[in-house]
Design a protein around this ligand. Sequence first.
Ligand code: ZN
Length: 155
Amino acid sequence: MSLLVGEMKVCKKFEWEMGHRLLNHPGKCSRPHGHSYSAEVVFLASTSENGFAVELGAATVKLAPIFEQLDHAFMVREDDELFSYRQGKPESRGILRVPFEPTTENLAKMLFFKITSLELPVESVRVWETRKIWAEFTKSDSSFAEQRGELATCL
Ligand SMILES: [Zn+2]
């Protein structure tokens, strides 16, 4: 059975409901609104003799708190004045202030670095904002590597 040992991609999908607002968007996305998001987290690892590349059960346990924090939350850029008055108050629970425009692209980058920091063999993270729009960040996208630390710890 050693013929079956080799690198393979394995994907785990997560789904969550979240609101956001894009300060620099010229259209409707500058309004507070929400989406049914999903993320496809792709792992690349060698299959073992037993035929598994990644122990998805253990990976899911590690990743669940990230998506639990995003679910039914509202993500805004940290300097979004619409939500600044709620800082520190009980009603601010679920408002996630991040150091970037909460676009699908940036969400994919942030999730990639956050999941990588958990020492999982992540190859890519594809975030679906709607059924028609997705953005993906892959291991080979090094253009934002300098932001790795900040993005991995911003939630
Ligand atoms: Zn949106």
